[in-house]
Design a protein around this ligand. Structure first.
Ligand code: NCD
Ligand code: ZN
Length: 350
């Protein structure tokens, strides 16, 4: 198969930031994806419906003319999010999900949840209003080994949460371990999961062996090869509760290439092509459409997109850096080639 035509995909986990850089990043996603779940970890975080509506307007204003990209907004859950705020979010019509960051788990998560028990009423309201809870699934005790944080979250936090909220719809985001794949497979039908392109294509050697590579650093951190293999098996299995979420997370070059670099990998310009590469390597290109374009919409109870996008097997040079406000940004594999590119509709060229 040298070309593949898909229903236009959606991105179920995306960071587009705010302010001057918004217009430098959001067009990449809009050129490929119909919709995206927009993460709320701005500074300060998007904790109210009013703030989410205003953020959505700034995103819409930053889109290229004529774009029909639809940002699906989220609220950032805190220890103090009132149930009434969840009701307002549901009534807004533009908020699809509430995001749970354990406090301190990742970039801009300081206002996150310190103890899920504090959120019982908000979680009940999320279920009652048929919104979705998206979870960054890592425990945060400083003494816990960074490579164990996701697996421990499953037993210590997620299993009890699913038990205590038996109708809550949950997306466990950016799976990185075989343990998480197994947990989702064995979990209830109201539990879905997203998988990023970097976790399908790389393991921790790509981060640390032969030199430290800050542009391969994200959270949850890359894991072992056997974990990557489990993620590939899940994504290419046709199982409808595993779907696409890039977690494209832009940071300026100087915030990545420094003594204490930020977590986050910028994949938006080539994310769909990266997934095509991963599925192609697994001999499963025919399964890409379900993962990229059908299963996420089905899980969220939204209609599938009607347009299509065609990818072709043809080398594309990934720019070594791209504009990012006053600075620049390095996309994943910047300066290298990738074997796939978008044929139609014409994406913005790099
Ligand atoms: C994300 C970011 O930069 O906002 N970083 C990351 O490594 N994935 C936050 C997140 O999703 O964890
Ligand atoms: Zn993220």
């Amino acid at each position: 198969m040298d070309t593949i035509t898909l229903t236009r995909p959606d991105d179920w986990h995306l960071h587009v930031r705010d302010g001057a850089v918004l217009k430098d990043v959001v067009h990449w996603s809009a050129a490929r994806f119909g919709r995206a779940i927009i993460m709320p970890n701005l500074v300060p975080p998007v904790t109210t419906t009013q703030a989410a509506i205003a953020y959505r307007e700034r995103i819409m204003a930053a889109l290229p003319p004529g774009s029909d990209f639809d940002p699906l907004m989220t609220l950032y859950l805190t220890d103090n999010t009132p149930a009434e705020e969840i009701a307002r979010a549901a009534a807004s019509g533009v908020i699809q999900a509430i995001k749970l960051y354990p406090a301190g788990a990742t970039t801009n998560s300081d206002s996150g949840v310190t103890d899920i028990a504090h959120c019982a009423e908000a979680l009940e309201a999320i279920a009652a209003h048929d919104l979705t809870l998206c979870i960054h699934g890592e425990v945060t005790h400083p003494h816990t080994d960074i490579f164990d944080r996701e697996a421990l979250f499953l037993e210590q936090r997620l299993a009890p949460l699913l038990d205590q909220h038996p109708t809550l719809r949950v997306v466990l985001e950016h799976l990185t371990t075989k343990a998480a794949v197994d947990f989702v497979r064995e979990g209830p039908s109201r539990l879905g999961a997203t998988i990023t392109p970097q976790h399908l294509l790389m393991n921790r050697n790509d981060l640390l062996a032969g030199g430290i590579r800050p542009h391969h650093y994200c959270l949850p951190i890359l894991k072992r090869e056997r974990d990557r293999e489990a993620l590939i098996a899940a994504a290419t299995s046709g199982h409808p509760r595993f779907f696409l979420g890039t977690d494209s997370a832009p940071h300026a070059l100087e915030a990545k290439e420094t003594g204490c670099g930020c977590a986050g990998i910028f994949t938006a310009p080539i994310a769909l092509e990266l997934y095509a590469q991963a599925f192609d390597q697994a001999g499963a290109l025919e399964r890409l459409e379900g993962f990229a374009s059908h299963f996420g919409a089905d899980f969220y109870g939204l209609p599938r997109n009607t347009q299509t996008i065609t990818l072709e097997r043809a080398a594309q040079a990934i720019p070594a850096s791209l504009p990012y406000g006053d600075s620049t940004i390095v996309p994943l594999h910047g300066g290298h080639d990738i074997a796939w590119r978008v044929a139609t509709p014409n994406p913005h060229s790099a």
